[in-house]
Ligand binder design. Structure first.
Ligand SMILES: [Cu+2]
Length: 445
């Protein structure tokens, strides 16, 4: 083992000398671009200490180059078109062809140089949320640096002082730029590979948009009434599943740059929150949960042992966050006779339908919709409609997955006799006890 103090001392000296020799325009690295909306394979490190790379739901990690002992990345802030799910594309702002931007991965102790080129129609900056860096690198426009004008390139240089999960986003016309989708995640791997290793490591950031049906641009002044609840600017059924090998230790890193909290729930397991954007939680302070609330402007990371095979729902527990665009003026008509209802509203709204009336579960609705929007509740599983939208996907735990296989394994093959079933000879009416009558046979009171 190296001496930690000695190592940091050397790094600090090297960094001081390198920063004094400022980079020139000619040495700006190429900016990679992504044109796909599906999860890209993990990006294994090309140099330096080894680590198990993360995979980003519906996203990718930004390739880097080594320049001396600096790890160099190049972000390009620019307008992008993001498909939220099949049938809906939205004009957003993002980085390197996508919104959110690529995940930036590095190792504790790395010296990184992150070039940021602005191809937006207005100025921007990048703030490194949760990272311990010099004040002049913190990216608050006006406070820590001049804003980056359109067409200009700035460079951020700092050392990755601690491992963990962080975020990046503009601190420049922030309300507009975040409402337009400008954000991404930063994962700093521990230098010591034996520190809490996992077999699979997923990451995504949550953001919300108000995109009115039939339009293509988010309403950037919306503060509360969003209708698109996204993980990495995707909604169900457009969010990648999380394929997992039975017995794997799985880490899921979740950032929240939306304007509200999201209680994130995994079925079939209990997990422990092991890390926040503030750092690793000591084992003695961890406790079991099945839902963890991710506050606004925060990161929650949980580790779970995937020891229960199957298809497990993984979603935000606010029911309107697992829906796509909906009208909020819908009344609760459960119990109202559909015949009366039809008579009352039929002439006014020929396509109107009532929630909760016979045969009208929301997932079965086929309402005519304007262009460029998504059904409120949708998706089909092997047994029928799933009736979800927004922040919902599936963790697929399988015995026969290869170690580094991240392909969708398809629907779970349930072992015979393990699925909830209909009894073959149901009574027309279940036997009930009458109020005040003596206890029924076989029943203890
Ligand atoms: Cu939510």
């Amino acid at each position: 083992m190296f001496s930690r103090r000695g190592f940091l001392g050397t790094a600090a000296l090297a960094s001081a000398s390198a920063i004094s020799g400022r980079v020139q325009a000619a040495s700006i690295p190429e900016a990679p671009t992504m044109d796909k909306v599906v999860m890209q394979p993990p990006l294994h490190p090309i140099s330096g200490p080894d680590y198990r790379p993360v995979v980003t739901l519906n996203g990718w990690s930004l390739p880097f180059r080594m320049n001396g002992d600096w790890k160099e990345f190049h972000l390009v802030a620019e307008p992008v078109v993001r498909e939220f799910a099949e049938g809906m594309k939205v004009n957003l702002w993002g980085y390197n062809g996508q919104s959110p931007g690529p995940t930036i991965e590095a190792v504790e102790g790395d010296k990184v140089r992150i070039f940021v080129t602005n191809r937006l129609p207005e100025y921007t900056t990048v703030h490194w949320h949760g990272m311990i860096i010099p004040s002049g690198m913190d990216g608050v426009g006006g406070l820590n640096q001049p804003h980056i004008e359109p067409g200009k390139t700035f460079v951020y240089e700092f050392e990755m002082k601690k491992s963990g999960t962080f975020m990046y986003h503009p601190h420049s016309d922030e309300m507009v730029q975040m409402a337009m989708g400008m954000m991404g995640m930063v994962v700093v791997h521990p230098r010591d590979q034996s520190f809490r290793p996992v077999d699979r490591d997923y990451v995504f950031v949550m953001s919300t948009y108000r995109v009115d049906p039939g339009t293509y641009l988010p309403q950037v002044n919306e503060m509360t009434d969003f209708n698109m609840w996204t993980w990495n600017s995707r909604v169900f059924p457009g969010i990648d599943p999380l394929p997992v090998r039975l017995g794997d230790k799985v880490r899921v890193r979740i950032g929240n740059l939306s304007m509200t909290n999201h209680p994130i729930h995994l079925h079939g397991h209990s997990f422990a929150v092991t890390c926040t954007d503030g750092g690793w939680i000591p084992e003695s302070a961890q406790y079991p949960e099945t839902t963890t609330d991710v506050p606004v402007g925060a990161v929650r990371v949980f580790d779970v042992l995937a020891d229960n095979p199957g298809d497990w729902a993984f979603h935000c527990h606010k029911s309107h966050h697992t829906m796509n665009a909906m009208g909020h003026e819908v009344r609760n008509l459960i119990g109202v006779s559909r015949k009366d209802l039809a008579r009352a509203v039929g002439k006014l709204a020929p396509d109107g339908m009532a929630m909760g009336s016979t045969g009208m579960a929301m997932g079965n609705m086929e309402m005519p919709a304007p262009d460029n929007t998504l059904p409120m509740m949708t998706g089909t599983g092997q047994f029928g409609p799933i009736e979800m939208g927004g922040m919902f996907t599936v963790m697929k735990i399988r015995e026969d997955l290869a170690r580094d296989d991240y392909r969708d394994p398809g629907p779970y093959k349930f072992p015979q006799g393990t699925v909830a079933y209909e009894v073959t000879a149901p009574a027309a009416e279940p036997a009930r006890q009458k109020p005040g009558s003596p206890p029924m046979k076989n029943m203890k009171m």
